[in-house]
Design a protein around this ligand. Sequence first.
Ligand SMILES: Cc1ncc(C[n+]2csc(CCOP(=O)(O)OP(=O)(O)O)c2C)c(N)n1
Length: 377
Amino acid sequence: MKASVFFREIKNIGIHTIAGVPDSTLKQFCDAVCLDAGKTFRHYVAANEGAAVGLAAGAYLAEKRPCLVYLQNSGLGNIINPLASIANQEVYGIPMLFVIGWRGEPGTKDEPQHVYQGKVTCKLLDVMDVPYSVIDELTSEMQLKEILAKAHQQMEDNRQYAIIVKKGTFEKECTFVWENSYGLVREQALRTILENVYKESFIVSTTGKISRELYEQSDALYGNHDRLFMTVGGMGHASMIAYGMAQADESRRIVCIDGDGAVMMHMGALAFLGKQSPKNLLHIVINNAAHESVGAMPTGFSGHTYSQAARACGYPDAYLVRTGEELKTALLDAGSRQRLSMIEVMVALDSRADLGRPKESARENRVNFMNAYHRER
Ligand SMILES: Cc1ncc(C[n+]2csc(CCOP(=O)(O)OP(=O)(O)O)c2C)c(N)n1
């Protein structure tokens, strides 16, 4: 299906505003909405999927028009609360249309973090009283019109409707290309970080390609990745996992390697960490101003840096670096001080086409990581 056809049909049922968090299954849809650049739809990349539901609710109050909220099915957890406690017809009855990328569809092969979420996606919508249709590459225009007619009827009744999108549904029609202005290559920055911290620290890394690059680089440098806990799902929670470890034993140094999209998703963690100020935690944010791992849509990063935010939240030290040399200096400096620090590393939009994926399961990663941690006690 062409995204342009989909857009024409949602316009016909009165959709005017689109908000969400990008997903690789929805890449063609996301590219098309970015290229539209506000001509047909108002579009917002939200901090997280729940925030997109909030935006959709407010826009409905002011404009009497339902919005479209798009998300990967991993984002269902983030929408449950605003859906149940705001939008549901037993509360305010706010109509909206969800477009949900289906990772981990039963019967298909996908990454470990998607398997359970993929299995429960339809069940979750049933429980949330959101009727849905599933579309794929074979869905015709006529079928889409029928689905949207159902959605329209449901929304007229102040309810929500979901369209679950299988992998490969949207065909390549156009590509949204943009660049940030930074030169440092993320994988090289990660290698420099590992060279400086791997041997003396335990690392909690974020969702997406940052973890995959760290996995390969630690194997290349040290022949193992046992000191690396890859937060393959649960985007935005790596820094709190790192804190959970840091608070348990102040003598162990914990390094969280985060992404800017992930930090933005649950930014309250910065305020919490600033208040707790664990001496043994180093928080590194790899900022490419994009959700690079799922197709490089901009995160909505305003240019007000995370290191500024960290300082405002009470991190005693925060560095902003743009080159390999600056990164090394910041790592040495942060290592020599015993206090909570953030290093924000501005990097280019880049990743290798042949980047691999972890070979072991998530559970094996957890077991090996815990063994390494407890062995050294
Ligand atoms: C709750 C949730 N929403 C969306 C996703 C899909 N997703 C996986 S990685 C990623 C982008 C992460 O962006 P960022 O943290 O900036 O790191 P980058 O990919 O740019 O390195 C997204 C949106 C997800 N895994 N979980």
